[in-house]
Design a protein around this ligand. Structure first.
Ligand code: CP
Ligand code: NVA
Length: 302
């Protein structure tokens, strides 16, 4: 049995397989092909934090694969009243075929993995967001046709999405330049792990230098879920890290702009860029559905 807690739970070959399967499932959906690969299979989806894309794309993915998804708000479960994770994980494992979780603390995912008898999928933690990154890789592949010669510039906060992208870049051979203000760098252990896989991860304080020749510019919110009390401090720290038309001038002419969404127009990215010709935000969001179907089939199919 395999879990998806980190993008690095997958090998380069497995990532390639998931992307190819995602593309096939996308094509089938466009053709109206009906499948029931996961007939009679159920997915528990536990949310300790809000979600639009993750929740809906996983639920639709299970429905379209002939299975069923159960939305579970953390506070509606006995977990919210203190039932231990080790009991919840063992009980749910006897009902469902996989558990997807969105949690405040990555340790919760690790605890589920320890006690679950079924695959556990990380639907975002404070450390990583692997499902997002699979959709992102699928999108980059669609636009650039490869990973090896792709230069991705990360602008903004070295957060959960950035951490997973760093690992994904190392695994796929992309060049990644990370541009964050001081004190907002990505997780040190993740960076070490990535550098052990590939030396193509670089750091550059100046966002204009970071995007020089970039094929992909990626940004995310300056204030992630759970960091709301740091709002003023963060707005001040990130003010020079906005992805706007001026910054795009330094990148490749055919640069694509990515954001996992939800986006905060006027903070990390401008409305003009989101609505502009370089933006692939909505393609990325759509690919969550196709990539996650591929993940579910990979983890759940007999
Ligand atoms: N990108 C992403 O995970 O979106 P949601 O928070 O809406 O699920
Ligand atoms: N970094 C963001 C991603 C949201 C999908 C957060 O954790 O809130």
């Amino acid at each position: 049995m395999k879990h998806l807690t980190s993008i690095a739970d997958l090998t380069q070959e497995e990532i390639t397989k998931i992307i190819k399967l995602g593309e096939k499932l996308k094509e089938e959906r466009y053709k109206g092909v009906v499948t029931d690969y996961l007939k009679n299979k159920s997915l528990a989806m536990i949310f300790e934090l809000p979600s639009t894309r993750t929740r809906v794309s996983f639920e639709v993915a299970m429905t379209e694969l002939g299975g069923h998804a159960i939305y579970l708000n953390w506070n509606d479960l006995q977990l919210g009243r203190g039932e231990p994770i080790k009991d919840t994980a063992r009980v749910l494992s006897r009902y469902v075929h996989a558990i997807m979780l969105r949690v405040k603390n990555h340790k919760t995912i690790e605890e589920f993995v320890k006690y679950s008898k079924v695959p556990v999928i990380n639907g975002l933690s404070d450390l990583e967001h692997p499902c997002q990154i699979l959709a992102d890789l699928m999108t980059i592949y669609e636009y650039k046709g490869e990973f090896r010669d792709v230069k991705l510039a990360w602008i903004g906060d070295g957060n959960n999405v950035c951490n997973s992208l760093i690992l994904a870049s190392a695994l796929t051979g992309m060049e990644m330049v990370v541009s964050t203000p001081p004190s907002y760098e990505p997780n040190v252990e993740i960076v070490k792990k990535a550098l052990n896989i590939s030396g193509k991860i670089k750091f550059e304080r100046d966002p204009k230098k970071a995007v020089l020749g970039a094929d992909v510019i990626y940004t995310d919110v300056w204030i992630s879920m759970g960091q709301e009390s740091e709002r003023d401090k963060r707005l001040a720290a990130f003010k020079n890290y906005q992805v706007n038309e001026e910054l795009l001038k330094y990148a490749s002419e055919d640069v694509i702009v990515m954001h996992c969404m939800p986006a905060h127009r006027g903070e990390e990215i401008t409305d003009e860029v989101i609505e502009g010709k370089h933006s692939v935000l909505f393609e990325q969001a759509e690919n969550r559905l196709h990539a996650q179907k591929a993940v579910l089939l990979t983890l759940l199919q007999d």
